[in-house]
Design a protein around this ligand. Structure first.
Ligand code: ZN
Length: 158
Protein backbone atom coordinates (compact mmCIF):
# COMPACT_ATOMS: atom_id res chain seq x y z
CA UNK A 1 0.00 0.00 0.00
CA UNK A 2 1.22 3.49 -0.77
CA UNK A 3 2.35 5.30 2.35
CA UNK A 4 5.21 7.52 3.51
CA UNK A 5 8.69 6.42 2.38
CA UNK A 6 7.44 3.87 -0.15
CA UNK A 7 8.88 3.97 -3.65
CA UNK A 8 5.97 4.14 -6.05
CA UNK A 9 6.31 3.33 -9.73
CA UNK A 10 3.51 4.50 -11.96
CA UNK A 11 2.41 5.31 -15.43
CA UNK A 12 0.49 8.48 -16.01
CA UNK A 13 -1.14 10.69 -18.55
CA UNK A 14 -1.58 14.36 -17.77
CA UNK A 15 -4.16 16.44 -19.62
CA UNK A 16 -5.08 20.09 -19.36
CA UNK A 17 -8.65 21.23 -18.80
CA UNK A 18 -9.37 21.04 -22.53
CA UNK A 19 -8.38 17.37 -22.62
CA UNK A 20 -5.08 17.97 -24.45
CA UNK A 21 -2.29 15.63 -23.36
CA UNK A 22 0.49 17.73 -21.79
CA UNK A 23 2.73 14.97 -20.55
CA UNK A 24 2.83 11.23 -20.05
CA UNK A 25 5.16 8.47 -18.98
CA UNK A 26 6.20 5.88 -21.53
CA UNK A 27 6.26 2.09 -21.52
CA UNK A 28 10.05 2.17 -21.38
CA UNK A 29 10.20 4.80 -18.70
CA UNK A 30 7.61 4.73 -15.95
CA UNK A 31 7.82 7.40 -13.27
CA UNK A 32 9.16 6.56 -9.82
CA UNK A 33 9.04 8.71 -6.69
CA UNK A 34 9.27 8.45 -2.92
CA UNK A 35 5.85 8.94 -1.36
CA UNK A 36 5.21 11.47 1.39
CA UNK A 37 8.31 13.62 1.06
CA UNK A 38 7.19 16.16 -1.51
CA UNK A 39 8.76 14.52 -4.60
CA UNK A 40 5.54 15.14 -6.53
CA UNK A 41 2.82 17.78 -6.40
CA UNK A 42 0.69 17.72 -3.26
CA UNK A 43 -2.69 16.99 -4.89
CA UNK A 44 -1.40 13.94 -6.71
CA UNK A 45 0.43 12.67 -3.66
CA UNK A 46 -2.78 12.95 -1.61
CA UNK A 47 -4.81 11.12 -4.28
CA UNK A 48 -2.33 8.22 -4.34
CA UNK A 49 -2.08 7.81 -0.58
CA UNK A 50 -3.30 4.36 0.49
CA UNK A 51 -3.62 3.02 -3.04
CA UNK A 52 -2.08 -0.30 -4.11
CA UNK A 53 -0.41 -1.94 -7.06
CA UNK A 54 -2.60 -2.14 -10.15
CA UNK A 55 -5.00 0.57 -9.01
CA UNK A 56 -6.06 3.30 -11.38
CA UNK A 57 -6.48 6.81 -10.02
CA UNK A 58 -8.10 9.66 -11.90
CA UNK A 59 -7.85 13.04 -10.29
CA UNK A 60 -8.51 16.61 -11.35
CA UNK A 61 -6.41 19.19 -9.56
CA UNK A 62 -6.91 22.92 -9.27
CA UNK A 63 -3.75 25.03 -9.84
CA UNK A 64 -3.29 25.43 -6.08
CA UNK A 65 -3.07 21.63 -5.68
CA UNK A 66 -0.73 21.39 -8.65
CA UNK A 67 2.06 23.79 -9.56
CA UNK A 68 0.46 26.85 -7.97
CA UNK A 69 -1.07 30.00 -9.36
CA UNK A 70 0.96 32.12 -11.74
CA UNK A 71 3.03 34.82 -10.06
CA UNK A 72 3.49 37.79 -12.39
CA UNK A 73 6.40 39.04 -10.28
CA UNK A 74 8.39 36.11 -11.69
CA UNK A 75 8.44 37.81 -15.08
CA UNK A 76 11.85 39.46 -15.20
CA UNK A 77 14.22 41.14 -17.59
CA UNK A 78 17.75 39.74 -17.55
CA UNK A 79 20.82 40.74 -19.57
CA UNK A 80 21.04 39.12 -23.00
CA UNK A 81 24.58 37.90 -22.28
CA UNK A 82 23.24 35.67 -19.48
CA UNK A 83 22.22 33.28 -22.27
CA UNK A 84 25.11 31.60 -24.05
CA UNK A 85 22.88 30.77 -26.99
CA UNK A 86 23.19 32.47 -30.35
CA UNK A 87 19.70 31.88 -31.65
CA UNK A 88 17.57 32.73 -28.64
CA UNK A 89 13.84 32.40 -29.32
CA UNK A 90 10.68 32.99 -27.28
CA UNK A 91 9.41 29.70 -25.86
CA UNK A 92 12.87 28.26 -25.20
CA UNK A 93 13.26 26.87 -21.70
CA UNK A 94 16.33 26.81 -19.50
CA UNK A 95 17.11 25.39 -16.11
CA UNK A 96 18.23 28.06 -13.69
CA UNK A 97 19.36 27.93 -10.08
CA UNK A 98 16.54 29.43 -8.03
CA UNK A 99 16.31 30.17 -4.33
CA UNK A 100 14.65 26.80 -3.71
CA UNK A 101 16.71 24.67 -6.09
CA UNK A 102 16.61 24.24 -9.84
CA UNK A 103 13.76 25.90 -11.65
CA UNK A 104 12.68 26.15 -15.24
CA UNK A 105 12.54 29.57 -16.83
CA UNK A 106 10.85 30.27 -20.13
CA UNK A 107 12.02 32.92 -22.57
CA UNK A 108 9.14 35.29 -23.34
CA UNK A 109 10.75 38.11 -25.31
CA UNK A 110 14.17 38.65 -26.83
CA UNK A 111 15.44 42.20 -27.21
CA UNK A 112 18.87 43.51 -28.23
CA UNK A 113 20.35 43.82 -24.78
CA UNK A 114 17.84 42.07 -22.56
CA UNK A 115 15.61 39.05 -22.40
CA UNK A 116 12.26 38.82 -20.64
CA UNK A 117 11.93 35.49 -18.86
CA UNK A 118 9.09 33.85 -16.96
CA UNK A 119 10.15 31.99 -13.81
CA UNK A 120 6.74 30.41 -13.28
CA UNK A 121 6.60 26.65 -13.63
CA UNK A 122 5.31 25.90 -17.15
CA UNK A 123 2.23 24.27 -15.58
CA UNK A 124 1.57 27.04 -13.03
CA UNK A 125 -1.98 28.39 -13.18
CA UNK A 126 -3.26 25.28 -14.95
CA UNK A 127 -5.87 22.79 -13.87
CA UNK A 128 -4.44 19.30 -14.23
CA UNK A 129 -6.25 16.10 -15.08
CA UNK A 130 -4.19 13.03 -14.13
CA UNK A 131 -4.85 9.43 -15.08
CA UNK A 132 -2.45 7.29 -13.09
CA UNK A 133 -1.93 3.54 -12.77
CA UNK A 134 0.16 2.22 -9.91
CA UNK A 135 2.68 -0.27 -11.29
CA UNK A 136 4.61 -1.06 -8.15
CA UNK A 137 5.10 -0.20 -4.49
CA UNK A 138 8.20 -1.07 -2.48
CA UNK A 139 10.14 0.17 0.53
CA UNK A 140 12.67 2.91 -0.15
CA UNK A 141 16.27 2.02 0.70
CA UNK A 142 18.20 3.92 3.35
CA UNK A 143 20.26 5.47 0.59
CA UNK A 144 17.21 6.60 -1.36
CA UNK A 145 15.73 8.19 1.75
CA UNK A 146 19.04 9.93 2.47
CA UNK A 147 19.17 11.30 -1.09
CA UNK A 148 15.46 12.10 -1.21
CA UNK A 149 14.97 10.43 -4.58
CA UNK A 150 14.55 7.04 -6.20
CA UNK A 151 17.48 5.12 -7.63
CA UNK A 152 17.22 2.84 -10.65
CA UNK A 153 14.50 2.67 -13.30
CA UNK A 154 12.40 5.85 -13.40
CA UNK A 155 14.70 7.54 -10.91
CA UNK A 156 18.29 8.78 -10.65
CA UNK A 157 21.00 6.69 -12.28
CA UNK A 158 24.09 7.36 -10.22
ZN1 ZN B 1 20.77 9.46 -5.18
Amino acid sequence: MIQKNKVVTLKYTLKDEDGEVIDSSTEQEPMAYIHGIGNIIPGLEAALDGKGEGENVQVKLAPTEGFGERDESLLKAVPRQAFPVEDLQPGMQFQAQGEEGPEIITVMQVQDDQVVVDGNHPLAGMSLDFDVTVLGVRDASEEELAHGHVHGPGGHQH
